[in-house]
Design a protein. Structure first.
Ligand SMILES: CC(=O)N[C@H]1[C@@H](OP(=O)(O)OP(=O)(O)OC[C@H]2O[C@@H](n3ccc(=O)[nH]c3=O)[C@H](O)[C@@H]2O)O[C@H](CO)[C@@H](O)[C@@H]1O[C@H](C)C(=O)N[C@@H](C)C(=O)N[C@H](CCC(=O)O)C(=O)O
Ligand SMILES: Nc1ncnc2c1ncn2[C@@H]1O[C@H](COP(=O)(O)OP(=O)(O)OP(=O)(O)O)[C@@H](O)[C@H]1O
Length: 521
């Protein structure tokens, strides 16, 4: 999805001398040299304002130095780049500072310019393949229930006080992140719940932030186009659990990667087990029972502290997300009694998470239940279907696709997972990006059809292909019966589909609601 390049920045910051910046970070300097100052930092010319340090980074598509002249025209008062960038800059009217690897110091530089804003907040970071957004929203909900003005940064949105913007990345680029943290300080925000992606850790986006508590959800195959293999993916995530990035950690040890993460962590760790069988842990979840649309559960520490509460979100994985949020807040210093009181008043962990197991139609005597979820990898799809199967008396129908230009290895596996979990599998498009959508569908379908054939002796699963996505959603919802559940998976809260560089307006929830209204009509 493409979202406008906008950012939340502080209204006022102190001026920092370029000379001091060069000295602090041991930067080489060229160009005019006087008493110039910077008040803020940007790494994209399109968001530069007066007084910015423009950091021109080398990239896969372009060198940021190509945009330095425009940045200066917009008011940048200094440029920081590498040797290759400096070679592209001629006749600059502002100081040009040079570092060997400007991306590696950008977070620290931006934190320096803004006066280390993260140090003025109580910060919670969540990483893992699945569950980051949900856990961050549960953290946000809990922190607000405790009376804090809480900021939020993640895949869906960025929020500082009353200022809210849709997100372009899960974790913003370093300069944008530090500007946002400085804005939070200005807006009187006290606590922060934030998602940290493996890309962000590998690309130094969160350098300069040391989180109070870092949480780990789980690890499964995803993003191998970027990381190469699971070990490198794991190592990128593990960077969050080093003293540079966190003070303490809460690690879910339900899977083997969690156990490894708890071992690898270089900060004090509290472990959390949310499944009945598994390794010993400091905190365990027990007595999970259906409760409204979600589950009630008990969290207990080995020292005897215990709390029973509930989440409104369906599926066991949402018990894990809610328990992780709760334990992170307690490990961050909140008293369990205060948390219990806040949860009792607020009806448990009742935070709505846009596009995550979001019930668009609850189902009725005439209509199917329709749920929109962000599951876009094999494990998430399995779990989402598993969670809905338990409460579906009729057929379970899934509509989904795989993303173009991303981790191709997961496509057949996602097809197979859909067949294992559903009765009707409709393969459609996700974000094709630059790839031929039909070719992406074919890879998912190959996995789905092979799995359906393997299962043919014991059960019949209908597998079909339909595109574009809006048509697939409309038809599936029109065809489904009362008692059925339709899961529309993969795009969650997203509202723009990237088809060959063209932004197509598409919101699964809007399409599903329209299809339900058409049934009624
Ligand atoms: C691998 C990766 O993350 N790349 C990011 C990186 O790209 P890049 O270094 O190749 O940059 P580039 O496009 O060549 O541009 C070079 C420099 O020139 C600047 N520029 C570029 C064009 C222009 O007109 N003006 C300008 O100033 C850019 O801001 C950049 O600093 O810097 C760009 C500018 O910020 C990002 O848009 C781009 O994210 C790409 C689009 C992306 O898709 N990233 C995804 C994979 C990502 O980071 N995902 C994770 C979440 C994953 C998950 O868990 O689901 C995330 O945290 O969002
Ligand atoms: N703890 C969990 N374990 C496994 N699957 C989960 C978990 N939590 C959520 N999911 C599934 O993964 C999907 C994505 O959830 P969520 O957006 O919270 O994760 P995320 O880590 O932020 O994902 P992404 O990095 O892709 O933005 C959900 O829609 C749900 O299907």
């Amino acid at each position: 999805m493409t979202t406008p390049l906008e950012r939340i920045r502080p209204a006022a910051t102190a001026a920092r001398r370029v000379r001091d910046l060069a000295h602090t970070f041991d930067l080489r300097a060229t160009g005019p040299w006087g008493e110039e100052t910077v008040t803020s930092v940007a790494s994209d010319n399109r968001v530069v304002s007066i007084g910015d340090l423009f950091v021109a980074l080398p990239g896969a598509n372009a060198h940021g130095a190509r945009f330095a002249a425009d940045a200066v025209a917009r008011g940048a008062t200094a440029v920081l780049t590498d040797d290759a960038g400096a070679a592209l800059l001629a006749d600059m009217t502002v100081p040009v500072l040079v570092a060997d690897d400007p991306r590696a110091i950008l977070g620290l530089v931006a934190a320096w310019v803004y006066g280390s804003p993260a140090e003025h907040l109580t910060t919670f970071a969540v990483t893992g393949t699945n569950g980051k957004t949900t856990t961050a929203y549960q953290l946000d909900h809990l922190l607000r229930s405790l009376g804090f003005t809480s900021g939020l940064i993640g895949t869906v949105e960025m929020r500082s006080g009353d200022r809210v913007l849709p997100s372009r990345l899960t974790t913003p680029e370093a300069a944008d992140l530090q500007a946002l943290l400085a804005a939070m300080r200005e807006d009187g925000v006290r606590t922060l719940a934030m998602e940290v992606s493996s890309h962000a850790l590998a690309l130094h986006r969160v350098d300069g932030v040391r989180y109070g508590v870092a949480g780990f959800t789980n690890l499964s195959q995803d993003h191998l186009d970027f990381h190469g293999d699971m070990q490198s993916y794991f190592e990128a995530k593990a960077l969050l659990f080093t003293p540079e990035h966190s003070r303490r950690a809460v690690v879910v040890v339900d899977d083997a990667w969690g156990v490894r993460m708890a071992d690898a962590a270089q900060v004090p760790v509290a472990t959390l087990r949310t499944v009945p069988d598994g390794p010993d842990a400091d905190w365990t979840v027990s007595d999970v029972a259906p409760h409204g649309t979600g589950s009630a559960f008990t969290v207990t520490h080995t020292d005897g502290r215990t709390l029973r509460t509930s989440t409104t979100l369906p599926g066991h994985f949402n018990v894990a997300n809610a328990a992780l949020a709760l334990v992170m807040v307690v490990e961050g210093g909140a008293h369990l009694e205060d948390v219990a009181e806040a949860l009792a008043t607020g009806g448990g962990l009742a935070g709505v998470v846009p596009g995550r197991m979001e019930v668009v139609g609850a189902g009725s005597e005439t209509d199917p239940r329709v749920v929109v979820d962000f599951a876009h990898n094999t494990e998430a799809l399995e779990l989402a279907l598993g969670a809905l199967r338990a409460t579906t008396p009729g057929r379970l129908v899934v509509v989904f696709g795989a993303t173009g230009d991303r981790d191709k290895g997961k496509r057949p596996a996602m097809g197979a997972a859909a067949v294992a979990g559903a009765d009707v599998v409709v393969v459609t498009d996700d974000d094709p990006h630059g790839e031929d959508p039909a070719a992406v569908r074919a890879e998912v379908l190959a996995g789905a059809r092979a799995a359906a054939e393997r299962e043919a002796a014991t059960r019949t699963v209908e597998v079909r292909e339909q595109a574009p996505r809006a048509d697939a959603i409309r038809q599936v919802v029109a065809e489904a019966a009362a008692g059925d559940t339709v899961l529309i998976a993969g795009r969650g809260h997203e509202t723009i589909q990237d088809v060959a560089g063209v932004d197509v307006l598409l919101d699964d929830r809007v399409e599903a609601r329209a299809a339900l209204n058409e049934r009624t009509a």
